[in-house]
Design a protein around this ligand. Structure first.
Ligand code: HXC
Ligand code: NAP
Length: 295
């Protein structure tokens, strides 16, 4: 098992790669959203982060500014509320002099047997993930189209948007909707110079996800790393590299695509005979003899 920090190259792109970009990230106050904000700022972009909690946003902005990353703005809003999202967009347009890119990253999730969920619990997740993404995409898309501006949208989904997953059914349903939205709008808005893609991360440790998906009792029962061929979790710098690439002029012909970054996790879960990895090396002589008997 590969423990510890894996070396990731973080100087691969020119530091002014995103200097023309003004990027709005929903849910940019913690976790992966904050890491992507850092990656964009480090490559010259101006960034607006939003989330529900003002104190969390202020702390994130202070952290980034302490690192010398000054071009960051914040606005408190709930992505479930279209009026609040529109107000956030107008704040971004005024404070940054425009918005060139949107990262739909805000999400809600927790593990639960589906039959234990109330209707409100299901709706809460769908409203944050699917409607939150729709709200920001619609508000900014309308603005770009009205003003004949180009734009670039990146939606953060999950690998189970494609495969589905037990115990996170509202999230899987909503993320599948976001993936369908990504592909649908790629066709609808492509000719209007609005690019749209998605990233499907595997497990990248964040307090927000771990508290809700891998609480201590679950950690005692299963080792999520054992599901991953590379046998380690993702590191935030790896997602930063991919998101910087997709939000930049290095990737203008990638459109309507969902790029998985999961150390091979979903493939390992999918392959019919992948469980044979559990067979000890020394047992293969015996197994070969048995299988050769079949004529
Ligand atoms: C069952 C639950 C529950 C739980 C809440 N509810 N938590 N039901 N099990 N653990 C129910 C409540 O009882 C309520 O229903 C309804 O859900 C809404 O709950 P609220 O607490 O009122 O909602 P709200 O304050 O809006 O908070 C939303 C939240 C919360 C989703 C519940 O966890 C949150 O703020 N999450 C944001 C951050 C987050 O989830 N990050 C992780 C993303 S990770 P009733 O019927 O009682 O009113 C991710 C990664 C995926 O997506 C892939 C990983 C590999
Ligand atoms: P996180 O740390 O909990 O971040 C969630 C962010 O969304 C926070 O900034 C939160 O701020 C904001 N948010 C939540 N509900 C909101 C709402 N209603 N309105 C506005 N903002 C809201 O989670 P994360 O692990 O970084 O996840 C980020 C994204 O990556 C999500 O889309 C998630 O599905 C995806 N993802 C994560 C993993 C992983 O392993 N971590 C794997 C696959 C996909 P407030 O609390 O202040 O609102």
């Amino acid at each position: 098992m590969r423990e510890g920090k894996h070396k990731i190259e973080t100087n691969g792109f020119s530091k002014d790669l995103l200097k023309e970009e003004k990027i709005w990230i929903t849910g940019g106050s913690s976790g992966l959203g904050l890491s992507m904000a850092r990656g964009f700022l480090e490559h010259g972009a101006e960034v607006l982060i939003c989330g529900r909690k003002e104190d969390k946003l202020i702390k994130a902005v202070e952290t980034l500014k302490a690192e010398g990353l000054d071009q960051v703005h914040h606005f408190a809003c709930d992505v479930r509320n279209y009026d609040e999202i529109e107000a956030c967009m107008h704040f971004g347009l005024e404070s940054m002099g425009g918005i060139t890119g949107l990262v739909n990253n805000a999400a809600g999730n927790f593990i639960s047997p589906t039959e234990r969920l109330s209707s409100n619990a299901f709706q809460t997740i769908v409203n944050i993930v699917l409607m939150g993404t729709a709200n920001a995409t619609m508000a900014l898309g309308k603005h770009w189209l009205k003003n004949q501006q180009s734009g670039n949208i990146l939606n953060i989904v999950t690998t189970y948007a494609e495969t589905g997953s037990a115990f996170v059914v509202p999230s899987a349903s909503a993320k599948a909707g976001v993936l369908a939205m990504t592909r649908s709008l790629a066709s609808e808005w492509g000719a209007k110079n609005i690019r749209i893609n998605a990233i499907a991360p595997g497990p990248f440790p964040t307090p927000g996800a771990w508290e809700r998906l891998f609480p201590p009792s679950v950690q005692g029962l299963m080792d999520p790393k054992s599901r991953i061929p590379l046998q380690r979790f993702g590191q935030h710098e790896e997602l930063q590299n991919l998101s910087v690439f997709l939000m930049s002029a290095l990737s203008p012909y990638i459109h309507g695509e969902c790029i998985t970054i999961d150390g091979g996790e979903w493939l390992k879960g999918a392959g019919e005979f992948n469980d044979l990895l559990k067979i000890p090396e020394e047992m293969w002589d015996k197994l070969e003899a048995e299988t050769r008997k079949a004529k």
